[in-house]
Design a protein around this ligand. Structure first.
Ligand code: PEP
Length: 253
């Protein structure tokens, strides 16, 4: 047993207009009302953050963003700052998602800058790490993850990282329908916790939530959650439908 509160987070990616997002969030709030032993977060697109914030206020659902830029303001066309996310009602921010690494030149260095901006602005960072299929096949999974965690968290002290969440998302399992087995997930989560322990000490390593992400669905969440180092899930596709996502949140029922 540990005292980490599980977190089930939904990444809506580039789906839903403002109106669609409000409807989905309102339905979700109803479906998961009364959830007390699990934290729930949804990350709609930027344009829906403010209206969805009004819907989830006072409920057990928290708001997150899918990315941020590290400057507070300035001539950075197309970017969004941590201050703006906080004022739109965000509590969490996803950082370094594999789609950003793959399509938008995100690197471990820019992940680190975004991490600093999140922590300095009291946003809870959900830092994504994960290996590609090729890296897994060539048995580089652990070295890749070690590097992603160390570089992403470079310059931080354990005090800075108390609220950190890590999401292990094997790239080969995202949106593909292929899920890591619960044992594959556990093996990696245990490794990630050992990397945290080596770099930030046992206390912090024990307290940090490590989520699994990659084709999580109502029919595989319960099994994943039996693993001692799996503390929740980052859910993409299955978070877009409130009926389905609520079943993942309520996996114990
Ligand atoms: C994700 O986008 O973080 C994700 C895990 O997607 P999916 O659940 O669709 O695989």
């Amino acid at each position: 047993m540990n005292n980490r509160t599980p977190l089930i987070a939904g990444n809506w990616k580039m789906f839903k207009t403002g109106i669609e997002a409000v409807k989905t969030a309102a339905r979700l709030v109803k479906l998961v009302a009364g959830t007390t032993d699990i934290d729930v977060m949804i990350a709609p697109p930027f344009t829906a953050l403010a209206p969805v914030s009004d819907i989830v206020r006072g409920s057990c659902v928290s708001l997150g963003a899918q990315n941020l830029f590290w400057e507070a303001q300035g001539a950075f066309t197309g970017e969004i700052s941590p201050v703006m996310l906080v004022s739109a009602g965000c509590k969490y921010v996803i950082i370094g998602h594999s789609e950003r690494r793959q399509y938008f030149n995100e690197t471990d260095e820019t992940v680190n800058k975004r991490m600093q901006a999140a922590v300095n602005n009291d946003l809870i960072p959900v830092m994504c790490v994960g290996e590609s299929e090729k890296e897994r096949e060539s048995k580089d999974t652990f070295s890749i993850l070690d590097k992603q965690v160390k570089k992403g968290l470079e310059g931080f002290s354990s005090d800075d990282l108390e609220r950190l969440v890590i999401a292990y998302e094997p790239v080969w399992a995202i949106g593909t329908g292929k899920t890591a087995t619960s044992h594959q997930a556990q093996e990696v989560h245990q490794f990630l916790r050992s990397v945290l322990e080596k770099n930030f000490g046992n206390m912090l390593a024990k307290s940090i939530r490590i989520l699994y992400g990659g084709s999580v669905k109502p029919n595989n969440i319960a099994e994943l959650m039996t693993m001692p180092d799996v503390d929740g899930a980052l859910v993409g596709g299955a978070s877009l439908d409130p009926e389905i996502f609520s079943k993942i949140v309520q996996f114990k029922k």
